[in-house]
Design a protein around this ligand. Structure first.
Ligand code: NAD
Ligand code: MG
Length: 383
């Protein structure tokens, strides 16, 4: 029985994780769940999965949830950052599945690593912000960081049994998002509702906007660097609109291994939970006779400057990626509130990066400070 704690159990990845657990109740036990403030859904999850702990980040929502839970249910209700840290480092868990959105997942994830918990990681912003720190801590404690992001799960599977020294390059596939093929001019005035319409995946709002700007792919390039220890010039992005090949690895002898399947996040979630084993399921199987074609094209860095900004930040190193991520989090929020335009996102990220004085090997405190600086700076810019 694998005992799981979930950061962000009410979101897109969180609920799909619970779908996987629901089908395998003899294999997985949900010990703790959490959310920012979605207490109605948390209550449903408590009733169904009977976790021992629930953490609600928003204090008022935590209080409200406490009053809603029937008295015959035995559960500890925690709140705030302290609550998230507590449910991430419980003695009673084996795995922390981090499906929270944003770098707010960083501190709880580090605490889980320090306690030796396996990390199933969907929350890419944590690695983008503090990849070096997180990977060093994981190495020190002999902790596995198992990717849930579909591209990274693909690469992880392609590297099974391979010698990492023989990697020539990593090829991340990108669907291209809802605006593939559009010109800069056409995108000048797009609305959030247009940006939220992803062709292949149904996801949370933040990652959906990131997919429309291609920042999501940029964050994934950074995530790949830290997970697989590969330099940025060896990480390529290719647009593959069908999302059937989830990513590939090219080896020094020119051989390429790809991982394929129907686009369904439940597969990488399940694999991270069952690794190194695989588990029979009823997921849709790929039918090659029905696939008309698999196509590939170069990403358009002129129309989607966020991808280039992410590569540049990674190459510059230091704390540039933390600044990129924090500014992006703020700007995506503003875009979702109709306060800025689509191209204000790359414009103000660039401005923030230019104003930043990077630190070479930052501590956690320095990263948190810089994250905060970036948020404040970008807010001033758009005022
Ligand atoms: P989502 O918006 O659907 O869900 C986010 C979850 O985080 C919710 O449960 C929410 O309550 C919780 N949360 C947000 N702020 C919180 C806070 N302050 N404290 C506690 N909980 C908080 O997002 P999602 O689409 O599930 O994405 C989650 C993460 O997984 C992101 O980092 C995203 O990039 C990554 N990811 C998602 C997908 C996908 O298909 N959705 C694919 C790959 C990677
Ligand atoms: Mg992905």
């Amino acid at each position: 029985m694998k005992r799981i704690s979930i950061l962000g159990s009410t979101g897109s990845i969180g609920t799909q994780t619970l779908d996987v657990v629901r089908k395998n109740k003899d294999k997985f036990e949900v010990v703790a769940i959490s959310a920012n403030s979605s207490i109605n859904l948390l209550l449903e999850q408590i009733t169904e999965f009977k976790p021992k702990y629930v953490a609600v980040y928003d204090e008022d929502s935590a209080k409200a949830l406490k009053n809603m839970i029937p008295s015959d249910i035995d559960i500890k209700v925690l709140s705030g950052m302290e609550g998230l840290v507590q449910i991430s480092s419980l003695d009673e868990i084996d795995v922390l599945l981090t499906a929270i959105v944003g770098m707010i997942g960083l501190v709880p994830t580090l605490e889980a690593i320090k306690k030796g918990k396996t990390i199933a990681l969907a929350n890419k912003e944590t690695l983008v912000t503090a990849g070096q720190l997180v990977m060093e801590e994981a190495k020190k404690r002999n902790v596995d960081i198992l990717p849930v992001d579909s591209e990274h799960s693909a690469i992880f599977q392609c590297l099974n049994g391979e010698n990492k020294k023989e990697i020539d390059s990593i090829i991340l596939t990108a669907s291209g998002g809802p605006f593939r093929g559009k010109s800069k001019q056409e995108l000048e005035h797009v609305t959030k509702n247009e940006a939220l319409k992803h062709p292949n995946w149904s996801m949370g709002r933040k990652i959906s906007i990131d997919s429309s700007t291609l920042m999501n792919k940029g964050l994934e390039v950074i995530e790949a660097k830290w997970l697989f220890n590969v330099e940025p010039d060896k990480i390529d992005v290719v647009v593959h609109p069908q999302s059937i090949i989830h990513s590939m690895v090219q080896f020094v002898d020119s051989s390429i291994i790809a991982q394929m399947g129907c686009p369904d996040m439940k597969l990488p979630i399940q694999y991270a939970l069952t690794y190194p084993n695989r588990l029979l399921n009823d997921f849709e199987r790929l039918d090659f006779s029905k696939l008309s074609s698999l196509t590939f094209e170069k990403p358009d860095l002129n129309t989607f400057p966020c991808l280039k900004l992410a590569y540049d930040s990674l190459k510059m190193g230091g704390t540039y990626c933390a600044v990129l991520n924090a500014a992006n989090e703020v700007l995506v929020n503003e875009f979702l509130e109709d306060k800025i335009k689509f191209y204000d996102i790359p414009k103000y990220i660039e401005k923030t990066l230019e104003a930043h004085k990077s630190i070479e090997k930052p501590t956690l405190e320095e990263i948190l400070h810089i994250d905060n600086w970036s948020r404040e700076f970008v807010k001033q810019c758009i005022k």
